[in-house]
Design a protein around this ligand. Structure first.
Ligand code: TYD
Length: 137
């Protein structure tokens, strides 16, 4: 099964332009408790380098483009996000890295929980150990 889970977001386009609405537990498969966005990222920057124990997220590149690597401890897959009408769903226990940001990229993230540092796994070796312990793999 692919690690890349894309959600097609309906755009309400008319002769004035486009509009996309995001609603928790409707077109977004969880209650949205937090929204943040990453912008003015330098092109040679790679960020992320963590997994979450339980957080669910949807990443939407609302402007420009960037690449996301997902890793479940067994396989790695990469996706290029370059349109505001596609969301990438990332569930618990997936290592992620973001890179190749275009100059004006704005990457918006919807999250199922408030910011909680205890939910982060920021060390790759520990990520693999946690997967073993929980028999995720
Ligand atoms: P960081 O986790 O390093 O970002 P990334 O995973 O994209 O590399 O977050 C950068 C800083 O922002 C760090 O000090 C934590 C803070 N932060 C918040 O305060 N709230 C949030 O919701 C997020 C995602 C980060």
């Amino acid at each position: 099964m692919s690690l890349i889970k894309l959600i097609q977001l309906k755009s309400h386009g008319d002769d004035r332009g486009q509009l996309i609405s995001l609603e928790g537990n409707r077109n977004i498969p969880f209650n949205i408790k937090r929204v943040y966005y990453i912008y003015e990222t330098l092109t040679d920057v790679r960020r992320g380098f963590h997994a979450h124990k339980s957080l669910e997220q949807i990443l939407i590149c609302i402007y420009g483009s960037c690449s996301i690597l997902l890793d479940d401890g067994d396989k790695k897959e990469t996706i290029r996000l370059n349109t505001p009408n596609v969301g990438l769903y990332i569930g618990a226990m997936l290592w992620r890295e973001m890179f190749d940001f275009s100059k004006e990229c704005v990457l918006m993230v919807l999250a199922s929980e408030h910011y909680k540092e205890e939910d982060y796994i920021r060390n790759y070796t520990r990520f693999l150990e946690e997967l073993e312990c929980a028999s995720y793999v």
